[in-house]
Design a binder for this molecule. Structure first.
Ligand SMILES: NC(=O)c1ccc[n+]([C@@H]2O[C@H](COP(=O)([O-])OP(=O)(O)OC[C@H]3O[C@@H](n4cnc5c(N)ncnc54)[C@H](OP(=O)(O)O)[C@@H]3O)[C@@H](O)[C@H]2O)c1
Length: 335
């Protein structure tokens, strides 16, 4: 892995690419903002004078505790709000988007951060839970938020940002991905017998990255005014994997104890994803830099592009079934 070229101490250090005024007076939404990277991103935004920071959470009590935690450490009240979203429910995602689109005057940045690392098979609404949360409903949320982001950019003369949180760990799932290249990709991903759940989390992050790349390609920043970034925060000490089995948990905790960034340091990569601007559109960002050169050939070459389009075509059809027009409207957004 490229990151191993750095010493552990170097790996754990990152700059905060924001200054007084960068986030001042702006509005942000962070899914999974009650813990880990989402919580620390929210804390930075409040510290940097954002005027409205919405923690989109499945557990309102955990969200309220996170709000108190941020208010106590930053000494700023009246900025953080806690809104409900359950990323395991497409109805909840649609309700959330409706609320955000009607109640908010503007959205400067939307961080699609919520995610799970599971290693046992379970389903939600007929889909394996990791794929449902990390891929299908995350992309549904991103696509449905686009019109409001476009509108915000035009109304206030700025470039809003939509950030997806991916992982270079996803590149370890090539052979698991290869098992699903023939026939229906999402059909294969939903076939319990074919699935190695030990690889499910990285595979979900790889599929999410492919889908987010295709969304960015379909929504060029020149046409929409919205920058779509793909942030890989690196290995960070968070609660990710707490719902996994003992073996996965112990393995991850051991690796994290050796070399992980703190959640606060990891969140600096997300701040970078929010401020990078149009140069970062559709690109892999890591360590607070554009790191497109980290993307393996088998993702970027013609074969990889075919896979990306195949994933997108199936995903788009599913999303259109969930919310008719949510994908087709993207091509109609005009400058
Ligand atoms: N930590 C790392 O090393 C690392 C590396 C690369 C990428 N990432 C990505 O970073 C993102 C944040 O993860 P993290 O490391 O900060 O872990 P985390 O502390 O476990 O945060 C995950 C967040 O997602 C929320 N979430 C999970 N399922 C949800 C659902 N159905 N509806 C709404 N929210 C839900 C969790 O809420 P609850 O508190 O209610 O469970 C939690 O707030 C994830 O997308 C992860 O894949 C992490």
């Amino acid at each position: 892995m490229v990151m191993l070229r750095l010493s552990v101490e170097q790996y754990k250090k990152l700059p905060i690419l924001a200054e007084e005024g960068t986030f001042s007076g702006k509005t942000y939404i962070i899914t999974g903002g009650n813990s880990g990277l989402g919580l620390e991103t929210a804390r930075h935004l409040v510290e940097f004078s954002a005027s409205r920071v919405i923690l989109a959470v499945r557990n309102l009590e955990a969200g309220e505790n996170a709000k108190i935690n941020i208010e106590t450490s930053t000494r700023r009240k009246g900025v953080v709000e806690v809104w409900h979203i359950d990323m395991a429910s497409r109805t909840s995602v649609k309700d959330f988007v409706r609320r955000a689109s009607t109640e908010l005057d503007r959205i400067d940045g939307f961080v699609a951060n919520a995610g799970v690392m599971l290693d046992a098979w379970s389903t939600t609404e007929g889909i394996e839970t990791t794929i449902a949360i990390n891929v299908i409903n995350t992309m549904l949320l991103g696509a449905l938020m686009m019109p409001k982001l476009v509108e915000s950019g035009r109304k206030f003369g700025m470039h809003p940002t939509l950030v997806f949180i991916i992982s270079v760990f996803g590149y370890t799932a090539k052979s698991e991905m290869d098992k699903n290249r023939e026939g229906s990709i999402f059909g294969g991903l939903n076939d319990e017998k074919r699935t190695n759940m030990g690889q499910r989390y990285p595979l979900s992050k790889l599929v999410e990255e492919c889908a987010a790349r295709q969304l960015a390609a379909l929504c060029p920043v020149e046409r929409t005014g919205v920058t779509i970034t793909l942030v890989a925060p690196g290995l960070c000490s968070t609660g990710l994997g707490r719902d996994a089995g003992t073996f996965t948990k112990v393995m991850h905790e051991a690796v994290r104890a050796m070399m992980a960034r703190t959640a606060e340091v990891g969140s600096r990569t997300i701040l970078h994803g929010l401020v990078v601007g149009p140069d970062g559109h559709g690109k892999l960002l890591s360590g607070c830099k554009i790191k497109e050169y980290w993307v393996p050939d088998w993702v970027s070459n013609a074969e990889g592009q075919r896979l990306q389009k195949g994933i997108w075509e199936e995903l788009a059809a599913r999303l259109e079934e969930i919310q008719p027009g949510c994908i087709s409207q993207l091509s109609q957004i005009q400058e």
